[in-house]
Design a protein around this ligand. Structure first.
Ligand SMILES: [Zn+2]
Length: 378
């Protein structure tokens, strides 16, 4: 995911933090230091409250991480590879790269996350009981963690994608009806209904004067709504393209240019006459790279005559490439995840075609109008 960086590795899974989380870290630390701690633990200095706010926010972060690790470890135990976890503003996302094969696997993968949050909450309450009101700063931190973890568990059980509750609901309907598609449709409708309820409730809060809370709830609803929509789009694409290979959808004979011509010649003889925005660069019969309008713009115009294309291009090592035998379904995940519009299709280093978003959409249209989109009959 762009805008995130790696902070470490646990049990072979990369732990990444999205930049938005740093903003939350600052906001939450100061809102706890100004609001919660002065009330829960009165009579101390501002510095103490900021430290307590910071420690509590980090502990909450660790709680979210444990929740995500639980998803990832259960997925891995069921044979589904997990490479990374990204922690961002709404919590975490596990990069689980494959859909579960049975409803049972999906249920246990989804349910274990909120379960861990509830267990952390319960553990905090047990600790609170054991210290019986002594060490009041510890009481204030533990109470906060107990409460937020329970809320985290409850929020994630809301039955809408991409929340865990949406997956739990999906797995149950899948088990009962035996159809992934029916389960997806039902889970999407329930998810959207919850999203609208959030938005409605948030607007009401707003008009009752709870402006910040209202806006936050509206924003959460909007997030749930767009997530439900993209989950259903993704599922439509995956159903439509089940069993379809890259080679069946790619455009053969894409525009190529030799690596040794100058940028000036490239502009005059390729880009301007054909209205191109990019072209693949070849050296002999091997793919060498990709040249785009912005690579050309990065070279001063007076140097276009002397600069060979091979020097200004993005070299092939920095491009994602696919093969004609790959499943389109898996490649779609790559294209969406990396936000790329076209992928070179390569065979033994030779460029055999290009896979573009446009071609995928056109193929989807044709498949749908011919009724070829169900059960992987390509
Ligand atoms: Zn979860």
């Amino acid at each position: 995911m762009s805008g995130s960086f790696r902070i470490g590795r646990i049990l072979g899974i990369d732990i990444n933090i999205h930049l938005s989380w740093l903003i939350v870290l600052v906001l939450l630390t100061f809102s706890l230091a100004n609001g919660y701690f002065p009330t829960a633990y009165p009579g101390h200095t501002n510095v103490t409250y900021v430290v307590l706010g910071f420690v509590s926010t980090i502990l909450l972060f660790v709680s979210v991480l444990l929740h995500e690790l639980a998803h990832s470890l259960v997925a891995r135990a069921r044979g589904i590879p997990v490479h990374a976890i990204v922690l961002f503003v709404f919590g975490g996302v596990s990069n689980i790269e494959q859909e579960p094969q049975t409803p049972g696997v999906e249920f246990s993968m989804a349910f274990v996350g909120p379960l861990v949050s509830f267990l952390i909450g319960a553990l905090c309450y047990v600790l609170l009981f054991l210290i019986r009101g002594n060490h009041s700063f510890l009481v204030s931190v533990l109470s906060y963690l107990a409460f937020t973890n329970i809320i985290l568990g409850v929020f994630n059980l809301i039955p809408g994608f991409p929340l865990d509750g949406g997956r739990v609901l999906h797995s149950i309907i899948w088990k009962i009806t035996g159809s992934v598609q029916t389960a997806m449709n039902a889970a999407t409708i329930v998810g959207q209904s919850f999203a609208y309820l959030f938005i409605l409730f948030g607007i009401l809060q707003f008009f009752y004067g709870n402006i910040v809370v209202g806006l936050f709830i509206v924003f959460t609803g909007w997030f749930l709504l767009s997530a439900a929509q993209s989950a259903s789009t993704q599922s439509i694409l995956e159903t439509a393209f089940a069993g379809v290979l890259v080679g069946q959808v790619m455009t053969t004979s894409p525009v190529t240019t030799p690596a040794n011509i100058s940028l000036q010649k490239l502009v005059d003889e390729y880009f301007l006459p054909q209205g191109l925005r990019s072209a693949f660069v070849v050296q002999g019969d091997q793919l060498a790279g990709l040249i785009t309008l912005s690579d050309i713009r990065h070279t001063p115009r007076e140097q276009w005559g002397q600069t060979p294309v091979g020097l200004a291009m993005i070299p092939v090592e920095r491009l994602h490439t696919v093969t004609a035998q790959q499943n389109l379904k898996d490649v779609l995940t790559l294209m969406t995840g990396q936000d790329v519009n076209q992928l070179p299709v390569v065979e033994d280093g030779k460029l055999v075609g290009v896979l573009t978003r446009d071609a995928i959409l056109r193929s989807l249209e044709v498949r749908r109008s011919l009724g070829l989109s169900q059960n992987g009959k390509a």
